[in-house]
Write a protein that binds this ligand. Structure first.
Ligand SMILES: Cc1cc2nc3c(=O)[nH]c(=O)nc-3n(C[C@H](O)[C@H](O)[C@H](O)COP(=O)(O)OP(=O)(O)OC[C@H]3O[C@@H](n4cnc5c(N)ncnc54)[C@H](O)[C@@H]3O)c2cc1C
Length: 553
């Protein structure tokens, strides 16, 4: 390795994340540059590791060419090269897992100018496009349209639906999955020649060694993005009886007459309503005292009522003790209020969570610590206990949403390749449960805010006060806002309404950027939209909204 020097540059003119990226790329394009670290645009600085003798003026000129002003603050011999960034390995970065986290990491690595390998053992695209968000959301929409056709909310509208054509619904779902996998993953990969796609099962061999189906690699850095898979609790008889998981439930070729859904969090509730609306008699069993157990309790109560109105049987506080298969039917026995109860159905769907894909990957042997559920343990920069190895997405066992996977993949790549030191921050992330009505929330629930010691103010607005809901003849749901009495800032927003997912982003921005309740209240919202409900909910902190005139406040 040749002698290296480290230069600290002050950079003026950076005003956003993209600026930091432009400066990073400009510096990386200079011959002799070995590593660049622009921590963030706010820092106004860049640290550049160069081969000894590289002229500082070339660096400042490169920054100047992309519209910023750089001056050299210090220059000294580099004590040691950035571990793993010495470009001696076959790849600067090897990303294991070709789902959303892996794709985001690989693209970020390529955009930063590094040579990247992306390894996938199964189907390109991972969970979201193949067996998660995309197939589930298109099934939900198909069945919702069928359900709506049978509703009579408007006087004079009578569209009685025939029987749903289930095989056609499944075929349309498969068509969309294929199209989106091609457009959003395969074609995107083709646009990045810097990324080498390797089909195979990866395993770590030592600190920064990777073996893929017998072939060995020594990349500079490694990102584990191997996702998670459905998990079932160890209930006696369950494995022998057999059951559906979220993957097979999205691909049933025939509509069952009856189904038990075990587990009432987002995935279980969404699929329960899909099958119920398509014509299956659905029973939802939940071990905790309420369905949607991690959402605001008022919302759980309201959702229970609507699902029961649609004909679903909802059973909270049920602990399954055994499962049997008899005459082609699945029988679940368990306890509720200390009494033994039995449920049976043609199909059983187990939706009790997901566990990280880490078994047999040689992770612990390579110094990567795993948690109790097999998740890769990372620090706030997504680095594992092995400094060469980072992790992103569902494999870290937290915040299992596709946008969080993508965000964490980008962050891990940037931190691994440029030592950017960016911190994983999900304090404001939106969470959506795609039932109808949808649950959309961000920030703290009322209970969580109180537990964290805030003096809390709460506003609850039933959707019946939102003009858009009245015009649409669909006043199901409520909006609940949680505010901080001391600062007037919004701590949490919990919306239960048709298409609530389209309303939550205003609250996400308010929580992330500290917009106060007063500022939200004084902002114009378009009339007739459900989003206006958020403004009305801010008014409801102080006023009786039933007495407000149109757009008042
Ligand atoms: C039914 C369902 C519905 C969902 N709906 C939503 C939604 O509406 N919105 C939302 O935000 N999120 C949703 N999610 C969650 C979302 O899909 C995941 O959070 C996200 O896809 C995780 O991405 P990932 O990249 O971490 O993992 P994955 O997408 O699972 O990718 C990991 C990849 O690694 C590969 N792999 C594993 N081991 C190895 C190995 N040893 N070598 C090489 N490759 C390996 C796997 O084959 C896989 O392709 C849903 C999930 C499910 C199951």
């Amino acid at each position: 390795m040749s002698e290296q020097e480290k230069l600290e540059l002050a950079v003026r003119g950076m005003t956003c994340d993209s600026c930091a990226l432009h400066v990073t790329r400009a510096l990386q394009s200079v011959s002799g540059v070995r590593a660049v670290d622009v921590p963030n645009w706010q820092s106004g600085r860049a640290t550049v590791t160069v081969e000894a003798g590289t002229e500082a003026e070339v660096l400042t000129a490169a920054v100047g060419e992309v519209g910023y002003a750089a001056t050299v603050k210090s220059r000294q011999a580099a004590s040691s090269p950035v571990p793993g960034n010495d470009k001696r390995g076959d790849f600067d970065l090897m990303v294991i897992g070709g789902g959303s986290a892996g794709f985001a990491a690989a693209i970020k690595g390529a955009e930063l100018g590094f040579k990247v390998a992306l390894v996938e053992v199964a189907t390109i695209g991972g969970t979201c496009v193949n067996v998660g968000c995309v197939p589930s959301k298109t099934l939900i929409r198909s069945v919702e349209l069928y359900h709506l056709a049978g509703q009579h909310r408007f006087r004079g509208v009578h569209t009685a639906p025939g029987r749903i054509n289930w095989p056609e619904v499944i075929a349309h779902k498969d068509e969309l999955v294929n199209e989106m996998r091609q457009a959003k993953y395969a074609d995107v990969l083709a646009a990045y020649p810097e990324i080498t796609y390797i089909q195979g099962r990866a395993k770590l061999t030592g600190k920064n060694g990777v073996e893929i189906d017998g072939k060995r690699y020594t990349p500079g850095k490694i990102i584990i993005a191997t996702g998670a898979k459905p998990w079932a609790p160890p209930i006696p008889g369950l494995a022998e009886a057999g059951y559906l998981d979220s993957t097979s439930a999205l691909d049933l070729k025939e509509l069952p007459k009856s189904m038990i859904v075990l587990g009432a969090n987002a995935v279980g509730l969404e699929l329960a309503q899909v099958y119920a609306r398509a014509g299956t008699y659905v029973t939802v069993l939940e071990v905790l005292p309420r369905i949607a157990p991690f959402e605001d309790s008022d919302i759980s109560t309201a959702l229970t009522e609507y699902l029961e109105e649609e004909g679903l049987r909802i059973v909270p506080n049920f602990k399954t003790t055994r499962v049997e298969k008899r005459d082609g039917r699945t029988i679940l026995t368990g306890t509720k209020n200390n009494a033994e109860v039995t449920f049976e159905a043609e199909q059983l769907l187990v939706a009790t969570g997901r566990r990280p894909n880490t078994a047999g990957m040689g992770l612990e042997e390579a110094g990567v610590t795993l948690g109790k559920r097999g998740e890769v343990v990372v620090n706030e920069n997504l680095q594992t206990d092995n400094p060469f190895v980072y992790a992103a997405g569902d494999v870290t066992g937290r915040d299992m949403f596709v946008y969080v996977a993508a965000y964490s993949g980008m962050l891990a790549a940037e931190n691994a390749l440029t030592n950017a030191g960016r911190t994983y921050d999900v304090s404001y992330i939106p969470r959506i449960t795609f039932t109808d009505p949808q649950i959309a929330s961000a920030g703290l629930t009322e209970d969580q805010a109180r537990e964290q010691g805030y003096e809390v103010k709460v506003s609850t607005l039933p959707m019946v006060h939102v003009p858009r809901a009245l015009a649409a003849r669909d006043t199901r749901g409520l909006i609940k806002l949680v505010g901080n009495v001391a600062t007037d800032q919004l701590l949490g927003a919990h919306i239960f309404a048709p298409e609530a997912g389209e309303m939550i982003q205003t609250a996400v921005l308010a929580i992330r950027f500290g917009i106060s309740v007063r500022e939200l209240r004084e902002t114009m919202f378009p009339y007739l939209t459900n989003a206006e409900g958020l403004k009305l909910a801010t008014l409801a902190f102080e006023k009786d909204v039933a007495k407000l005139s149109c757009c008042a406040g």
